[in-house]
Design a protein around this ligand. Sequence first.
Ligand SMILES: Cc1ncc(COP(=O)(O)O)c(C=O)c1O
Length: 498
Amino acid sequence: MKSSLELDTLRMRLNDADLQGLDLHQRIQRALRALILDGALQPGVRLPATRTLAASLGMARDTVENAYLQLQRDGFLIRRKGSGSYVPDTLGAELRRTGPKQPRARLPKHGPSGSAGGLSRRGQAILDSGGISDQMVIKAFATGLPETRTFPTGVWERLQRQVLRDHRTQVLLHGDPQGAEPLRREIATYLNLERGAKVTPEQILVLSSTRQALFLCAQLLVDAGKPILMENPGYFGARKAFESAEARVVPIGVDSQGILTEQLWADRSGANCVYVTPSHQYPTGVTLSLARRLELINWAAQRGGWIIEDDYDSEFHYDGLPTACVQGLDRHHRTLYVGTFGKTLYPGLRMGYMALPPELVGAFTRARSILDGHTPQTRQLTLARFMGDGHYGTHIRAMRKLYATRQAVMLDALDACLGEVVTPLRPPGGMQIPCFLKAGWSEAQTIRQAAGVGVHLPGLSRLYLGEDKQPGWLLGYACLTEHEIETAILALARALKA
Ligand SMILES: Cc1ncc(COP(=O)(O)O)c(C=O)c1O
């Protein structure tokens, strides 16, 4: 049956959000075209005369005439003097072949993964991973968020102006995929002096984040279906990066001295790559002992494998200096060191880096050139000045002091108000406190009750692979003032004990 043009349907189409902002004749032309492609106006159907349609829609005849003319030029209408305007019969076969246009897919917000037709296996794995939802506002007790409200934006702005003045339009061009040389130099100096690393600027790769580094590691070091080892419990971002590359993640246990190296030696999966957070194990906060660091290196050297060292927040160590990084101890060059400025400066900066074994620099740089080319030059050169002029060191020292105080306030508040609910661990540093729930308390229920009073409780059990999960919370405090910490703990205690 050939359908005729229904005015209400056309009016609805004219109000489609994606037609707004177009001229009226373009909206009519696009709306009619959509009706033809959807099959609502079938081949052979006669459209109303321009005068009639214009009168029905309350617009000038020229407007409709312009729309019809464009449809005619594009082959969607045939116009014959005396007999009117038709959807061409010849479109029938074409539309049957391509099928009517499917309704537009709406992107799920952060909903369940579901399934999207036409994805590759890897695409499906990425969809199934659920992605990572970052906390976009300052809220008790979001993890991984540093203090941002007192960041020295004035200094940053001044340095950025200097960069634009000194480098002029050069910074508007493409940059080196490996990163701007002045920044690579600053990062290498910083790592060697402050983190006990042994690197040259030629080994540094400037990236947008730790996540980007882990994504590259997953792509370049593990084949689909092959195993990779990681700490259990461990950082969900790493797990998602590996699973997205269709790697099989094999959990390795953790105790008070960090990853259990005896389990590494005992592993028979065939994996030769391990992800670790030696300075402050994520999420337990424990520090990997020196004996195990050396064993880890031995293991990687004997397997001809790789250690991915995620040193995400080692700068914030409150009892003396943080332990030197694994990379600096590794004479065999098996360690890929990963660092981020998202914690030491601010997450919106989107800057991170890797210190790579020399033999991997070429492959990682090429992969990066394919992924997104390079990090914006102005940002890199501003950061290089921020570091070179001593602002980075000053900022880290100030934040270390601030976070140590906030951690103490948080631990006191937890002891005073929630002693019968959780046992907090006391990490020597970092930006969050892991808390194990005592018997009788449910993780899911406490999270729900907290949400009711506006408190976000990141759950601990999701960080475990396998059946043996510890229920609890991982509470971030670095972005909160002392008053905010105390108020939120009080509100939480009241909600849980109500
Ligand atoms: C262990 C660990 N590594 C890396 C990151 C993320 O760093 P980025 O934002 O640079 O990807 C986080 C964030 O919380 C983290 O906890």
